[in-house]
Design a protein around this ligand. Structure first.
Ligand code: C2E
Ligand code: MG
Ligand code: MG
Ligand code: MG
Length: 276
């Protein structure tokens, strides 16, 4: 466990290497064990329709519980896994679990939204792999969204737009996650195959009608709507923020105001309530 990768190794390297490097070496070993021991879990955060607060879909979010009851956050795990390449195996695990769970929710009509690291597009066979995993769980592409961030489009070597189009052909919807937080170019909104814009919560934090953040949020939403993209607003925590989403006629809302990420067992209870 942690002992094997800590212990002497740490004492030997600590004086000469950055602490962050040590942490990555340690994490890489622990991630490998976690893959073998099936330690990764998938939580789901419901996404609701703005108009009636009914659940329409779920975002799959990885969770890594630790023996001491704590969790290593995706914010720490994912960047390391991307750097080491382990994100390929981890994503396979998350996708498989999410498709298995989605199959059980067939009657609800809900979609599942999967976070897609840019690294996945380095796989030449990524489209076939997703198709294979969906077919294996008897999940329809119409019920699957994939979330990419704007940063992946800086990569022009791996034919990312082409692969996204191939996924769209399989029925999947493509979402741009955390929209407006990276170095986005507005032309990306019409040049790339995008179906859904997820507005990042940093825009929604401060909703004083006179503030510049408000003006930007409003304009981005209007632009997305003019381009016939669906709009999901993330990180909604307050009633005022819900009101804003309603006024702006955003399609859907995701945030602690309605639901936090939760294990599948709790999602099943919500599904029973919604479709009893
Ligand atoms: P994300 O894709 O933008 O996911 C939304 C994050 O915002 C989640 O954090 C969620 O718990 C959090 N969130 C949702 N509503 C609210 C709210 O109202 N207030 C606040 N303060 N936070 C809210 P989480 O689960 O810690 O995930 C962090 C990031 O890690 C994700 O951001 C995503 O970029 C990445 N991630 C998570 N799971 C996966 C995965 O399976 N694969 C990949 N590649 N990345 C993942
Ligand atoms: Mg996301
Ligand atoms: Mg997001
Ligand atoms: Mg984020």
């Amino acid at each position: 466990g942690a002992k094997r990768s800590g212990g002497n190794t740490y004492l030997f390297f600590a004086p000469i290497m950055a602490a962050s490097y040590n942490r990555e070496v340690e994490l890489r070993a622990r991630i490998q064990e976690a893959i073998l021991n099936d330690e990764f879990e998938v939580y789901y955060q419901p996404i609701v329709a703005t108009k009636d607060a009914q659940i329409i879909g779920l975002e799959a979010l990885i969770r890594w519980p630790q023996a001491d009851g704590s969790m290593i956050s995706p914010g720490e795990l994912i960047p390391v896994a991307e750097h080491t390449g382990q994100i390929l195996e981890i994503s396979d695990i998350v996708f498989r679990k999410a498709f298995r769970d989605l199959h059980q929710l067939d009657a609800t009509g809900w979609f599942v939204s999967l976070n897609f690291s840019g690294r996945l597009f380095h796989r030449g066979d990524i489209v076939n792999r997703v198709q294979y995993l969906m077919e294996n769980s008897r999940v329809s592409g119409k019920r699957v969204h994939i979330e990419v961030t704007e940063s992946i489009f800086a990569d022009d070597q791996h034919r990312i737009p082409e692969k996204l189009r191939a996924l769209q052909k399989l029925g999947l919807s493509i979402s741009i996650d955390d929209f407006g937080t990276g170095y986005s170019s507005l032309s990306m909104l019409y040049k790339l195959p995008l179906d859904v814009i997820k507005i990042d919560r940093t825009f929604i934090h401060e909703l004083e009608p006179e503030s510049q953040a408000y003006q930007v949020a409003e304009s981005v939403i209007e632009l997305a709507q003019k381009l016939n993209k669906r709009v999901i607003v993330e990180g909604i925590e307050t009633e005022d923020q819900v009101k804003f989403c309603k006024e702006k006629r955003c399609d859907a809302i995701q945030g602690f105001y309605y639901y936090r990420p939760m294990p599948f067992s709790e999602i099943q209870k919500l599904a029973e309530k919604a479709h009893a």
